[in-house]
Design a binder for this molecule. Structure first.
Ligand code: S3P
Length: 436
């Protein structure tokens, strides 16, 4: 499947993007091991979260989906999961694999976690190491999936310093910590998204966080609750980018999660001159939410503050396109983690932008993007949803047609991508492989 993108005028509009992927995963996992029922609204019905839903069903949890965005989970309690009768295949989802590894590490039964080719090439020793220290019997194939987890009676708590900023690894350890004797403590080198901590608290579990350290005492039972999932800021970022690149548009994106551990993209874009503001602030449970107003803006390059990287970790494909459209050069540093995402995002974005006529200098841990004008061309997404959507948006202001190949993975996080873009006037056509 490919996107064909032709330049179009972006119109003033008010739009809604689908639910937050990270929060939707956590609602499924925590709702499953809670006591009582958890009702979820605004759920993201993308392939990644549906893979987690299927995995929890295989682990014996009754989960109903009365509509695409509503989920009702009959929690089985901390000790109620059942041995799976087959391997748990979580498709493309790193979040599902790493968080489930933490959850399954403390179960009395054996399980196997696997995924697609992209996921099976991603590093898992980052969860294997701390979970093994906790007493879990977990192994991969040269540190990569599939992961085989053997049943364990009890885990022990650890004090662990994360070698990299990763909310997935932090969350895996906290979930295992629920099954450990004593208090588990995780220190992170930079602040990462804290949705696990917030949802645990809204389910009545005490989690303490201060000065880059998070602690949880084992044996605490989460209690089912209502979860209203905010719209995903990572998906909203594509709309924001389209509006920023356009001429004279003013768009409101409704009810977006603006948890401060996620808003690095806004701070970085504002630093480049973007006109973005938050309106109507409110809380969905423990999660801050606002409407985001964005107006077309003239962007300038500069040096991106490395302290913002972990707060914008999924938005670098968007930021690379913003930098390519900005005047002057933009310097990104401290972004080495991008090399182990759904693709090596430094390499795949640099390759795509170069085809569109943009100069990019690549380093191991950084990149310099030289602002310019997008030409047309055919670019590869390398099966990476965020690379596919970001390069498609370059096409909305390119001199010629842009074709983005291999875009099926957009379904993992933003199945309504083309519809949302159409709502603001951007024309992104999806073509099946046999239609050309
Ligand atoms: C996520 C954490 C991040 C992010 C991913 C979702 C999460 O991954 O890139 O899309 O839901 O915890 P890392 O923890 O690997 O940085």
């Amino acid at each position: 499947m490919r996107f064909k993108v032709t330049p179009a005028k972006v119109a003033d509009a008010s739009v809604t993007v689908p639910g937050d992927k990270s929060v939707s995963h956590r609602a499924l996992l925590l709702g499953s091991i809670a006591s009582g029922r958890t009702e979820v609204s605004g759920f993201l019905a993308g392939d990644d979260c549906l893979a987690t839903l299927a995995a929890m069903t295989t682990l014996g949890v009754d989960i109903q989906q009365p509509s695409a965005t509503e989920i009702s989970i009959q929690g089985v309690g901390l000790r109620g999961l059942q041995a799976p009768h087959k391997d748990l295949d979580v498709g493309n989802s790193g979040t599902a694999m790493r968080l489930l590894a933490g959850l399954l590490g403390g179960q009395p039964f054996d399980s196997v976690l696997t995924g697609d080719d992209s996921l099976c090439s991603r590093p898992m020793e980052r969860v294997i190491t701390p979970l093994t220290l906790m007493g879990a019997a977990i192994s991969g194939r040269a540190g990569k999936p599939p992961l085989t987890i053997l049943g364990t009676a009890t885990l022990r708590s650890i004090n662990y310093e994360l070698p990299m900023a990763s909310a997935q690894v932090k969350s895996a350890i906290l979930l295992a910590g629920l099954y450990a004797a004593g208090t588990t403590c995780v220190a992170e080198p930079a602040v990462t998204r804290d949705h696990t901590e917030r949802m645990l608290r809204s389910m009545g579990v005490a989690v303490s966080s201060s000065a880059g350290k998070v602690s949880i005492a084992g044996g605490q039972m989460p209690h089912g609750c209502q979860v209203q999932v905010p719209a995903d800021l990572s998906s909203a970022s594509f709309v924001i980018l389209a509006v920023l690149l356009a001429d004279n548009a003013d768009v409101l994106i409704k009810n977006v999660g603006v948890n401060p551990t996620r808003t690095g993209v806004i701070a970085i874009l504002q630093g480049m001159g973007a006109e973005i503001s938050f309106e109507n602030p409110q809380l969905f449970g423990e999660e801050p939410v606002a409407d985001i107003r964005v107006r077309s803006s003239r962007l300038q390059g500069g040096t991106v503050d490395p302290d913002l990287v972990s707060l914008a970790i999924d938005e670098f494909p968007v930021l690379f396109v913003a930098a390519a459209a900005a005047s002057g050069k933009t310097v990104f540093s401290g972004i080495g983690e991008l090399r182990v995402k759904e693709s090596d995002r430094i390499a795949t974005m640099a390759a795509g932008l170069r085809i569109l006529g943009i100069e990019v200098d690549e380093a191991d841990n950084g990149a310099i993007v030289h602002g310019g004008r997008f030409g047309g061309g055919t670019v590869q997404s390398h099966g990476d949803h965020r690379v596919a959507m970001s390069l498609a948006l370059a096409g909305t202001v390119a001199a010629d047609e842009v074709i983005v190949e291999d875009v099926a993975a957009v379904r993992t996080s933003f199945p309504e991508f083309q519809d949302c873009m159409a709502a603001i006037g951007a024309v992104i056509r999806l073509e099946e492989d046999d239609s050309v």
